[in-house]
Design a binder for this molecule. Structure first.
Ligand SMILES: [Zn+2]
Length: 432
């Protein structure tokens, strides 16, 4: 494989994945040991991984038509994180995938006018328009969800079948589903509720947007009512919300949690369903562990309070960092859409009197940007700035805020790597 750096000004794209020869802007390929920051080094790695992924997804197998461009860009987005994670596990790339790709996709995909994944296009302008956040980040998130549903080994074996069957040819989504289904069947694995890959995936590719799962507990008999509707940020938008998604669900409770096990327990395939989970009234329930399912979760207020109390205790880290980021991001966006009182996410913020992990902090500061924007021209903005100044106090006490050379950073442990990233995030926030 050849890689070519093109001088600045001669290349409008960031990089291009021609077969056997990948071209880049100089800035995306040249690494200077004494000048390139660790954050930028990670960024360069993701670009190289993205373009290399296209050697299979795009070059070896090309989509039948532009409407399926997500078969290229979705996989390239997924593997730009997955491949770097294998090369440098301390960077926790798949955790970063949740906050930087999945949650990022959910912002624009919650508009009333977002498109579905297989949308057709016939003119050059319309085709260019398909290279959007749906084709890249949403498709990457839906692919990650599929990996979780069928398990990683079946997913990778299925991709092998798909790529071998369609080598030097064109593919459409059903070819992908057939390949993964063949791997699932060959392994003897049973997808929850005996659904097929195609049945599940078609609800995610043909419906525009994504759902919010509402979880309402019956504290007398331990059962839970699960219901779904499309999540649209502006609740005033006049949009039909009768679409159904096949939503993969797994759960954790205070006394029974394993945030390393992502097995799907059941699917919600109807508008709503009641499940008897025999929950203990005083224990929190968390759904969609690690936010591997591409949807938001809302709870009844009592369960939100149970989660908040736990996150405000010394046990907070028993809930995984991606799920802490999920609770923060979901609650802020649910409040923003009018589905939840702002009191809930504001109380959840007490987490950050203890939590100094980069993953939840990144999600939080991203969500805070919106609050900042809304309050900018109001009388409350001075109060917000005071509040904002207090925010990082718990973190800054423990952070290495001194400027340090890149070489020194490279010798550090993965933990320090995230501390460097968090330092930069906090300093940016202080500059509001
Ligand atoms: Zn690409």
């Amino acid at each position: 494989m050849d890689q070519l750096a093109v001088p600045e000004g001669y290349f409008t794209s960031g990089a291009m994945e021609d077969w056997g020869l990948v071209t880049y802007r100089e800035a995306y390929l040249f690494y200077y040991g004494n000048a390139t920051t660790i954050t930028y080094k990670q960024y360069m790695n993701t670009i190289v991984s993205h373009e290399f992924s296209h050697q299979w997804f795009g070059d070896l197998v090309s989509p039948l038509w532009w409407s399926y461009i997500w078969l290229n860009e979705g996989f390239a987005t997924y593997f730009e994180f997955k491949t770097v994670e294998v090369m440098e596990p301390t960077w926790e790339m798949m955790e970063q995938f949740i906050i930087k790709s999945s949650q990022y996709a959910m912002i624009s995909d919650s508009s009333a006018t977002t498109r579905h994944m297989n949308q057709d296009a016939q003119t050059p302008t319309a085709i260019s328009g398909l290279f959007d956040r749906v084709a890249y980040d949403k498709a990457g998130a839906v692919i990650h969800q599929l990996e979780t549903i069928v398990t990683y080994d079946n997913f990778m074996n299925g991709l092998n079948i798909y790529l071998n069957n369609k080598s030097f040819g064109n593919a459409q989504p059903s070819d992908l589903y057939n390949g993964i289904q063949a791997a699932v069947d060959a392994s003897g694995y049973r997808i929850a509720d005996d659904l097929t890959v195609a049945e599940i995936m078609e609800t995610w590719t043909e419906n525009a947007g994504y759902p919010v799962l509402t979880v309402e507990r019956n504290y007398n008999d331990g059962s839970v009512n699960f219901s779904q509707s499309r999540f649209i940020l502006r609740s005033s938008a006049n949009v039909t919300t009768s679409n159904l998604w096949f939503i993969p669900i797994n759960t954790a409770t205070r006394s029974n949690y394993n945030f390393q096990n992502f097995n799907i327990e059941f699917f919600l395939t109807e508008q709503n369903a009641v499940k008897n989970l025999n929950l203990v009234p005083g224990e929190w329930l968390l759904v969609n562990k690690g936010e591997r399912g591409y949807y938001r979760v809302n709870y009844d207020e009592r369960n939100w309070r149970l989660l908040t109390d736990y996150l405000n205790s010394n046990d907070y880290s028993q809930i995984s960092k991606t799920s802490r980021a999920q609770l923060i991001d979901d609650s802020f966006n649910l409040a923003r859409s009018g589905r939840l009182r702002y009191e809930i996410p504001l109380n959840l913020m007490s987490l950050f009197s203890r939590d100094t992990d980069y993953i939840p902090y990144y999600a939080f500061l991203t969500d805070l940007d919106y609050v900042d924007t809304v309050l900018t021209a109001t009388d409350q903005y001075d109060d917000f700035k005071v509040f904002n100044g207090f925010l990082p106090s718990a973190c800054t006490r423990r952070l290495p805020l001194k400027a340090t050379g890149c070489r020194k950073q490279e010798n550090r442990t993965g933990r320090s790597y995230f501390m460097e990233n968090l330092s930069s995030l906090i300093i940016t926030n202080l500059g509001r």
